[in-house]
Design a protein around this ligand. Structure first.
Ligand code: MG
Length: 386
């Protein structure tokens, strides 16, 4: 396959490039990053893509000059236009979308329209625009594969079941580093406490989201749009250790589960190869010990209000999923910058959702307007512009 990796310097992007070193069938045609020119420079030398996007315009100009002086032929582009050019690049047939945030919405849509197969690691396009993206993927007949481990698990459980209706989705969660804590104990959590995840190794934003369980709220919404299942039929189950990646229950009561080591390379490789399984590249496959340790718990929705709000946003869908996501993004950035407390994250989301004027079927323009409105609401609520 000829692959464009949008977000090549992030955790998923780097792991994808490690896979490209192992599997000869993956040829890198495009790379895109936000502003880490040092790493993308190395990646360009190693994988020799035809196009490279640095979102930050000044950094793109610097890199362009440096590459030109070396006689490199790679085309360097920047901004949203550049990101889209990288996504729809002629020689690219598959796009891995692993950027962070709503920045991935337009490139995902344009890649689908250009007939590219998609491996989707970026949650926000589905969370905010799932009602636009999923019908579009169907209309263009492309392969749209989830990379998120839970959604990959659900997809795998559904193989061979096309004639059978889903009764329930059991979406698993690790519970994060504060599982079992009470609300008051969370009040003085600092960014460095929340940045330690018990089983997955990820970027800062998603690690905070995992600790607040907002990540699971986003994943409930993601599952709702990807598999067309109602919010009330998606059950969140905490499974410390993250080896049961998710389960599907059918009408006859049977439950199918997908298990494996918590290693993102497995769902990435599965998505890129459209469901073909390849030899495991990691260090340790799941064994007896991990299987014996499996147990499930119900999530504490009072302490982890962020999850409860996500389920509510999923139930009402429309523009509320964008408010939930954008308010969270703004709050997490403020928390990481030391501007607000840990519990202010979910409180801020709750207030932004309560203040929002609901749109039932938002257009793309509506979605970006609602995003700005929710961000503005949080900035005002916590006085972040001072
Ligand atoms: Mg996940």
């Amino acid at each position: 396959m000829n692959l464009s990796v949008l977000g090549s310097t992030g955790s998923i992007g780097r792991q994808t490039l490690e896979l490209a070193e192992c599997y000869e069938d993956i040829n890198i045609t495009g790379l895109a990053a936000f502003g880490n020119t040092e790493l993308i420079y190395k990646q360009i030398h190693e994988f020799e893509p035809e196009i490279c996007c640095i979102y930050d315009e000044n950094k793109a100009l610097e890199l362009k000059a440096k590459l030109k002086s070396e006689g490199s032929k790679v085309k360097v582009v920047s901004g949203m236009e550049g990101l889209i050019e990288c996504a729809v690049w002629d020689h690219t047939d598959t796009v891995l979308v692993s950027v962070v945030g709503m920045i991935g919405i337009r490139p995902t849509i344009e890649a689908i329209k250009a007939g590219k197969n998609i491996a989707q690691a970026n949650k926000e396009p589905i969370v905010c625009a799932g009602h636009i993206i999923m019908p579009l993927a169907k209309q263009y007949g492309i392969s749209f594969m989830p990379v998120d481990s839970e959604h990959s698990a659900i997809y795998q459980c559904l193989q061979g079941e096309s004639a059978n209706a889903i009764d329930k989705i059991w979406l698993t969660a690790s519970g994060g580093p504060f599982r079992g804590w009470h609300r008051e104990e969370l009040r003085n959590i600092r960014p460095e406490d929340a940045l330690k995840h018990p089983s997955w190794n990820m970027g800062a934003k998603i690690t905070i989201d995992s600790s607040t369980l907002v990540n699971k709220g986003l994943e409930v919404i993601e599952a709702h749009y990807l598999f067309n299942v109602k919010a009330d039929d998606i059950i969140v189950a905490v499974q410390p250790g993250s080896v049961v990646h998710s389960m599907v229950q059918f009408e006859d009561g049977a439950i199918k589960a997908q298990l494996g080591s918590p290693d993102m390379k497995v769902p990435i490789a599965y998505a890129l190869h459209k469901g073909h399984r390849l030899a495991y590249t990691g260090e340790k496959k799941l064994g007896f010990k991990e299987l014996c340790d499996i147990h499930f718990e119900e999530p504490d929705l009072e302490t982890f209000k962020g999850l409860k709000l996500g389920i509510e946003a999923c139930r009402r869908e429309g523009s509320l999923t964008t408010v939930y996501n954008a308010a969270n993004e703004e709050c997490v950035a403020a928390f990481l910058a030391g501007r607000i407390g840990y519990l202010d994250i979910a409180d801020g989301i709750e207030q932004a959702m309560a203040a929002h004027s609901f749109i039932a079927d938002p257009s793309l323009e509506d979605i970006f307007e609602v995003e700005q409105e929710a961000r503005g609401f949080i900035r005002k609520l916590y006085d972040l512009d001072k």
